[in-house]
Structures are given as C-alpha cells and as structure tokens.
Design a protein around this ligand. Sequence first.
Ligand SMILES: Cc1cc2nc3c(=O)[nH]c(=O)nc-3n(C[C@H](O)[C@H](O)[C@H](O)COP(=O)(O)OP(=O)(O)OC[C@H]3O[C@@H](n4cnc5c(N)ncnc54)[C@H](O)[C@@H]3O)c2cc1C
Length: 510
Amino acid sequence: MAQANIDPRWGDWAREPAPILEKQIRETLSSDVVVIGAGIAGVTCALRSAQNGLKVIVLEKSSNWSARGGNIGVPNSRFMREQGYENNLDEIAREWIKRCGNRCDEEIVWLFLKNGEEAMNWLLDIVTLPGYGCRPALQANIYRGETYREIFGSHRLFDGPMAKKGLRPGAADAVFAMYSEAVKLGVRFIFDSPAVRLIKNGGRVVGAVAEDKEGYFRVLAERGTVLATGDIGGSDDMCAELAPLASRCVTKLYTPKGCNTGDGHRMGLWAGGAFENTPFPLMMHPMAFYFANYCFLFVDQNGKRFMNEDNYIQGKMNALISRNLSYAWSIIDGGWETKIPMTLPYGGGLFWGRDHSPDESPFSAEQTAGMMERGIKSGQVVKADTPEELAEKTGMPVDNFVNTLRRYNSLVEKGHDDDFGKRKELLISLDKPPYYALKFGPSLLAVVGGLRVNTELNVLNEKNVPVPGLYAVGNVAGGRYGVDYPMLLAGNSHGTAMTFGYVLGDILAN
Ligand SMILES: Cc1cc2nc3c(=O)[nH]c(=O)nc-3n(C[C@H](O)[C@H](O)[C@H](O)COP(=O)(O)OP(=O)(O)OC[C@H]3O[C@@H](n4cnc5c(N)ncnc54)[C@H](O)[C@@H]3O)c2cc1C
C-alpha cells in the first residue's frame, strides 16, 4: 500500500525491501538505546546516554568510528567567554533564519542555540582530560564584512592523539575522546554491521536489524532507536531526487567512502517518518582545488567574469554550482603580497586569505608563497608573465580574458563596479606581472537534509505526529537549514550534530 510519506515518483531507493524473516535472525541483543552510526552525532548520543546510566549499543557500518573536518561551531562556550567573546543568540537566530531563506525550523535552530554552549563545555571537559590533552582554539579567520556576517564560535582542537597521527585537528579528536569514554562506560560498539531495517512493534520502533558477515542479528532498545547515519551524499539516486545540485560537484570528499548512502533516511521513511519539506541543502567547500580564492577577479573557463567576488565561501560555491561551473579561476597578480592583506579587514573567512588560522596571527606572505608553490606543482595554480600567456596556459579564449581583465581594471580606476556592484574597498587593480590563475570549485562535504524531527528529536510522520521510539540526530535529521548551509558560524554541522546528540542523551534518560 502506498505510504503518504513516500513520494510515488521517487526511485527504487525509496521502496522497502522484502521483510527479513524471523528464522534469518541468528541473535537478539538487548539495550536501552541502540544508536545507528558512530559519527559525531551518534557517538555523542551514545556517551551522554551512558553517562545517564543507560545501556547503549552502537551499530556502525564501517570498521571504526568516523569523523572528518576541523571546525566545531557552537554559539558560545566557556572557552570563548574566557577569550572575551560572547555572541548574542537573538542576533544569531535572525541571521541564521535569513541565511536559510526562512525555511529552517526555528524551534530546531533554537534547540541548538540554547544547548550548544552546555554541550560544548561538556565536550571540552572530555577532550582536555589527560590522555586526550587537546588544546582548544577559536577559528579567527572569519568574514569581516557586514553583508555575509560570520561570528566567532568555530572551535578547533589541536595537539590531540588523532592530530598527532596526522588527522585534521578537530572532529577526529572529539569523536575519538568521546568514543573512548563511552567504551569505558560499557557502551558496546559493533563495527562492520550496518543496520538494515528498523523493528516495529504496535507502531513503536523497538530496535533494528543489522547485518554482518555471518548474517542478521537484532538489537532491541527499550528507550529509543537513534538514527545517526549521516547524509545521502554517497547515494547518486537519492541525491538526484532530493538534492539535484549535488551531482554537479565533481568531487565528493566524504569518508569512509560508501558509508553515507542515506540508509537512515530510508529506514526512517519505511518506519513512517517523513522528510522535511524543502530540497536538501548542500555543504560545499573548495577543498579539492586550490585552498584560497580571495576576492579579486573570478572568471569562468570562457574568460568571462560572472559574479561579485566579495562573497563568503558557501556563497561562492553556490554561485558556481548554480551556473553549472565545476570550477572557475581566481586571478591575482604579482602584487598579491600587499593586495591580499588589504582585503582582509573587509572580507576574509575560510579559503580567503590565511589558512585555517587558529588565532589572530597576521597574514603570512611566507605561508601563502608556500601554498602557491605547491599549487603550481599540483597544477591548481597557473603562473604567467602576461595576461595573454595566462589565458593560453589555462585554456581560456585569449581575447575574452584580456578584455575581461581590461574591463575589470577600468572599473577599479573608475572606483565603481558597474557590472556586479563589488564594494569600492575591494576593487583592487590586477596589473603587476606575473599573473596567477587559482583554480577553485565546489567539492561536496555533506548533504544536510533529512527526516523531520521535533524538539525532542523524535522523528515525525507526514502529519507531524511523532513515530514512537524513533529519533534522529546529525545529518539524517532535517530542520536545521532548509535551503542552504549557513556559514555564519563555521562548523555548525558538527556543532548541531554534537549538541543534538548530547541533548538526546538526556531526553532518552528521562
Ligand atoms: C572533508 C570534510 C570536511 C568536513 N569538515 C567539516 C567541518 O570542519 N565542520 C563541520 O561542521 N562539518 C564538516 N564536514 C561535514 C561533517 O563531517 C558532517 O556534517 C558531520 O560529520 C555529520 O555528522 P553525523 O554524525 O551526522 O554523520 P557522520 O559523521 O557521517 O556519521 C555517520 C556514521 O553512520 C555510519 N552509518 C551509515 N549508515 C549506517 C548504517 N546503515 N548502519 C550503521 N552505521 C551507518 C557511517 O559509517 C558513519 O560512521 C566535513 C565533511 C567532509 C567530507
């Protein structure tokens, strides 16, 4: 029978497979809580639930917990206050809602804003314990202009055991520390065992069936079954229907590869849950390309300017993806050493200016020169003595590019960007050889949309009625964004995943 929560136009991914028979299940495990997925959301929820005295089993598809990325964004924290920073929650909420085109669920946004600080303080207490010894820092590299406001609150974690192993300082150490503490409290992590179905009894979700190399086993959960399975970015079929622009990102950077196939989204649907009503937003950074792109002159492969370069990082990626550009060129010239720092008081932010500087250290020409050298070697940066040569080397039509550059410099001289309205302070000439073209483009980090949840993080059905026993946190849950990933607070995907995992650990215990 057709389910109201499943759009009949969706492909096979949305069809529930044949039931798993009782005789196929070799073993039954019992718990208070079963958490499906050992990413940041799932591990936080598991640890917090265990701290509250609950018996927890975690099912994980891959052979380890998972994490990636450096920034964990929360509205405030004790650490921030000690550094003299405090954000106004009302202002963040208004900006967040605006940046999400008013399509996010304000109650969910406020659930984050009201609980983010407590959750972050709790996390900081854990990661700074002996044995983890992380050194917290705030991401100082934020966009300084008014138009695309960004705030402090993005936490980095340095010097932890995972960073020392060479992983990006941040989420890996957070998840490792929480995982280790959870194991100490008796949480059982079962790896290489993807959940494949939810179990329902009289309308209530009471656990999940998982599959390992020996077949099926089931985990029953008295208090709750928590979907924490991450995003759909690894499923081309789901992206095509729920987040069509994702397919335009030529690179997808999620690890462990093949694990973010929207399993929880589908299991949640089959159990009666409904998706949020908006298309699923994309989180995109130019990580697979040259690291920085600044704000001087952007041209497409046709040598034409196409946007106001004064934009924040997600905005730049949106501009490319919506024009179907898998990459573009950011042009700088031989005067970059003085010109880049001139822009930073007016803009800046991730991938513009300094690398992920954890403090207020000034622009480093040495660091940038090193990055450019590496870029030239890898082919992400093209260097030439003349504009004509730059166009030839990058494969742009020479006349187009030369005319674009001439036009751009004439607008600089005029002091007004007649074509795209870039601020006067950021109109800076490009006329000093050599010339550089930096390749940049969107790589997909995550698709941040999912199942409808209420402020108890209980999954809702098509009529917004809770599906008893079923919860969702992290990227499998919807409501946070609605239309776009709001970069006003870098790392808020980790921040919300961690905060909601923490909040849910308390909800399940009460
Ligand atoms: C390169 C990169 C850098 C990033 N940097 C940042 C950053 O700095 N800040 C930020 O906020 N965000 C960043 N992100 C995004 C961020 O990683 C995710 O948004 C975030 O980890 C989501 O957390 P989660 O717990 O919901 O899902 P995940 O971390 O994806 O965890 C989901 C887990 O569920 C498991 N799983 C999936 N299906 C099943 C199943 N059927 N059964 C059992 N287990 C299952 C997966 O194997 C995985 O371990 C980055 C992403 C990438 C790719």
